[in-house]
Design a protein. Structure first.
Length: 105
């Protein structure tokens, strides 16, 4: 005998405004490994959806995708961008960015 049920679940979505780590943890719990890349089309919205649409052909697996999402949408980038307030030369900001990037890589 087979049973079919409808189950309401909190399928995670990410619009770029929340914490990327929270999204990735929730996404990993709800979506099986074999379907994670495919399901991103439904899970990402706004800027992350545009990013995914542009890059999904070049991303081979979930680990690579997760790392690239951390780089693109993680808090580290936001903090680095916030340091530039337009009052000094952009080259100084780029040097600060590169130094901070070396610290986390």
């Amino acid at each position: 005998m087979h049973f079919m049920t409808t189950k309401v679940c909190g399928f995670p979505f990410y619009d770029g405004l929340g914490n990327i780590n929270t999204f990735i943890r929730g996404y990993g719990r709800w979506v099986p490994k074999s379907q994670r890349l495919l399901a991103l089309d439904q899970a990402l919205r706004a800027t992350p959806a545009r990013w995914w649409g542009t890059h999904k052909k070049n991303i081979g697996d979930w680990k690579q995708c997760r790392e690239l999402m951390w780089v693109r949408f993680g808090r580290v980038e936001i903090e680095l961008v916030d340091k530039y307030v337009g009052q000094n030369d952009r080259r100084n900001h780029i040097q600060l960015y590169m130094a901070a990037w070396e610290e986390i890589s």
